[in-house]
Design a protein around this ligand. Structure first.
Ligand code: NAD
Length: 497
């Protein structure tokens, strides 16, 4: 198997600079880093390896653009047109963006194209919201006064993003921020930086003025330095972070320096609950995609499968059968449903949890690499299911971020609710039952930000707010709540007469 550090140098690998004030800019140190594909160890891109000074330059550009009013004070119809054009340019470049994601992160081509489609829809949605921006007035409570409630952009927003949805994650922050009139600095993960840089270029092409969107990339070693500079800067008014719960805490601490607004989208260990009256065939198929989608590298993954006693054995068999149907392979192949894990560290970490699983459950399938020699150089793992796992075990409580499922047994509705809530996380979850009363009874008592009933991740309503309860985060992305995150209220009281 290949290593992340020994890549075959591919001379065709493109070089990406930072994007500051609508220009490509090298890191001030002149340093670059190479990104090695998890598919086969080939170098697939070079990026600027930025530090604190580069972050400061990007912040200066964003601050100057915001303070000039070039974007915040532009007519709403102009901002609407630019965001709509951005959606069109992203769509026109869907293959290029998808190829970048496949090569850099190893996600299957079909998943990458779906992510681009999500980015297009998000820009279209927030373009529409620009035409709908309005405040309110209070006129009839006190006859001698008029009250106005204005919604203003928060200001300069910093965005620190992970690698697992390397396009949609920046987009679900940038699109509402631009709709609100903010300017932004984005720091993508070193494990998949290309889509964010391409996106900034497309936004410039769409007509976003200089300094409104800036991107600073950095290697692993300087990721925390750049992230902390952005989170701590007194010239930044808001930081939106998506990543692990531990890093989220560090971002929040840094953001306290000027009490800036903070939004955190963090980890999860979501319960997918199957009752005995469910459509078990469909539930078993979807339970597998819920933990295998994006090779399990998904914050909302349904990685704790709670199954009612009375159907447990039969349902487990069906899950194992469906897990065996996943096609683990080269993500460039159109039939592949699961690509490699993103790098060696992630692979080793997930394999560590496979060992944990052997101690706290019974291996029902997987735990090994696919046999194909062509995949030897990548970080591939078969879908892995552990049965009879205790809900208090490490496998059922910790986020694995790989295709590893913990199956837990429950007796009745009260037991299912108790087990689902016994988690530090509260990001997503699923409920499978033919009874609407039961579904709603469970939904109302589970402390989590998003629940699917008789589906998982595939229900089709994308513009709903996403975010976590408990250790899974603060704030919401998508939907009108996602826009409100980039607005602040100003009240004006006018004495009449
Ligand atoms: P990570 O926390 O390691 O890194 C996220 C980003 O933070 C990267 O850009 C990184 O360079 C930067 N960073 C690292 N240290 C920092 C510091 N001290 N200060 C500021 N920034 C710092 O996360 P990851 O491994 O890239 O992503 C996986 C995690 O993201 C998982 O826990 C997953 O659940 C979570 N995630 C959550 C959501 C959600 O919507 N809730 C979505 C996707 C991913």
């Amino acid at each position: 198997m290949g290593s992340t550090s020994i890549g075959k140098l591919d001379s065709a690998a493109p070089a990406f600079s930072n994007w500051i004030a609508n220009r490509p800019v090298e890191a001030l140190s002149g340093k670059v880093f190479e990104h090695v594909s998890p598919i086969d160890g080939t170098v697939v891109a070079r990026f600027a390896d930025s530090g604190e000074a580069d972050a400061a330059e990007a912040i200066r550009a964003a601050r100057a653009a915001f303070d000039s009013g070039v974007w915040a004070n532009a007519p709403a119809r102009h901002r609407y047109k630019v965001l709509l054009k951005a959606a069109q340019i992203i769509e026109a470049n869907q293959q290029k963006l998808a190829d970048r994601m496949v090569l850099e992160s190893g996600k299957p081509a079909v998943t990458a194209l779906g992510e681009v489609a999500g980015a297009v829809k998000t820009f279209e949605y927030y373009a529409g919201k620009v035409l709908d921006l309005e405040g309110s007035a209070i006129s009839d409570r006190v006859p001698s006064a008029l009250g106005l409630i204005l919604r203003e952009p928060v200001g300069v927003a910093a965005m620190i993003t992970p690698w697992n949805f390397p396009l949609l994650n920046p987009v679900c922050k940038i699109a509402p921020a631009l709709a609100a009139g903010c300017t932004v600095v984005v720091k993508p993960s070193h494990l998949c930086s290309g889509p964010a840089v391409l996106l900034a270029q497309y936004l410039a092409e769409a007509g976003v003025p200089d300094g409104v969107v800036n991107v600073v990339t950095s290697a692993l070693e300087r990721g925390a330095v750049v992230g902390q500079s952005l989170a701590a800067s007194a010239d930044v008014d808001k930081v939106a972070f998506t990543g692990s719960t531990a890093t989220g805490r560090a971002v929040m601490r840094a953001a306290a320096s000027n009490n800036k607004r903070v939004a955190l989208e963090l980890g999860g260990k979501s319960a997918n609950i199957v009752f005995d009256d469910a459509d078990l065939d469909t539930a078993a198929k979807v339970a597998v995609s819920a933990f295998c989608f994006n090779s399990g590298q998904q914050c909302s993954a349904g990685t704790r499968l709670l199954v009612q006693d009375s159907v447990y054995d039969r349902f487990l068999d069906a899950v194992v059968r469906n897990a065996g149907l996943q096609i683990v392979g080269d993500p460039r192949e159109p039939t592949t449903t699961m690509g490699p894990l993103v790098n060696r560290e992630q692979y080793d970490r997930v394999m560590g949890y496979v060992e944990v699983g052997r101690e706290c459950g019974k291996l029902a399938i997987g735990g090994d690499r696919p046999a194909a020699p062509a995949l030897d150089r990548g970080f591939y793992l078969n879908p892995t299911v552990f049965a009879d796992v205790g809900n208090d075990s490490r496998l059922a409580q910790e986020e694995v971020f790989g295709p590893v499922l913990a199956v837990v047994r429950f007796k009745d509705q009260a037991d299912a609710i108790r087990l689902a809530n016994e988690s530090r996380y509260g990001l997503a979850g699923g409920v499978w039952t033919r009874s609407l009363d039961r579904a709603l009874g469970v939904v109302r008592r589970i402390r989590t930000g998003k629940l699917f009933v008789n589906g998982y991740n595939n229900v089709g309503i994308d513009d709903m707010p996403h975010g976590g309860y408990k250790d899974s985060g603060i704030g919401r992305e998508f939907g009108r709540e996602g826009l409100a995150e980039y607005q602040q209220l100003k009240t004006v009281q006018i004495k009449l007469g």
